[in-house]
Design a protein around this ligand. Sequence first.
Ligand SMILES: Nc1nc2c(ncn2[C@@H]2O[C@H](COP(=O)(O)OP(=O)(O)OP(=O)(O)O)[C@@H](O)[C@H]2O)c(=O)[nH]1
Ligand SMILES: [Mg+2]
Length: 236
Amino acid sequence: QRQLSIAVVGLQNSGKTTFTNLLAGKEFAVDTIPTLGINVKNVKLPNRTNLTIYDLAGQTRFQKLWERCFQQADLLVFMIDISDLTTWEQAKNKLHDVIIATNLEHVPILILGNKKDLLPKFPADPLNAKADSSSQQATFASVENSTRKQTWKYVSPLLHNYEYEDIPKYDLCIENQHVLSKVEILSKELGIDLKQGLLHLPHNSKVKLNRDIALFCVSCKDGTLIETVMDWILEL
Ligand SMILES: Nc1nc2c(ncn2[C@@H]2O[C@H](COP(=O)(O)OP(=O)(O)OP(=O)(O)O)[C@@H](O)[C@H]2O)c(=O)[nH]1
Ligand SMILES: [Mg+2]
């Protein structure tokens, strides 16, 4: 039996409990109750893995509880609601705080841009179609001597043309919000260079990421890429 502990953090209403429920094999639910404090779930997976999921409350008053779970966690999941621009800056800053606070521990971090289903689709353009399908997921393994080389299989379709500096940067507004459903653009907007393993902070400062990091644009509602994310977790 293998034991894997996962701490799920992110702002309120981003979909943490929803994602936790999907991991536990439950259906998507529109009506959820905001989590108070910590909700711990144990899930037995068929391949002899026991998951312990710390589904944390996103409300500001509970965020100080997050740190307590970081020590126990083999994986941090950071949920972002990419459909909500009113909380975007706050979510990004919070993500940066969490990355910096945990960077020395080498704990892998999985960033999920959730609620992709609520973003407008890219204009139908046959030239874009191919690019779209190849840019669904991105994983970066940055810890040296990592035994988890297989995570690179998620990187390869993207890395062929992933160059952080070449990715356009947007002034996000409702008209162009759909760009966040492209994982490489999401990485740029979050300041995360998946290839070099760098976190870009304001005022040109950079932090080397000492950990495995993965980024996916998902929809817990439609189930988009949820299985891929689960596979990725099981490879840890
Ligand atoms: N459209 C859409 N709605 C989603 C998705 N994921 C979650 N939701 C909805 O978002 C709302 C909040 O979901 P929760 O999972 O409770 O959010 P949370 O992050 O646990 O919130 P706190 O516990 O308060 O921190 C619910 O109404 C969910 O149904 C998604 O992928 N698409
Ligand atoms: Mg919750």
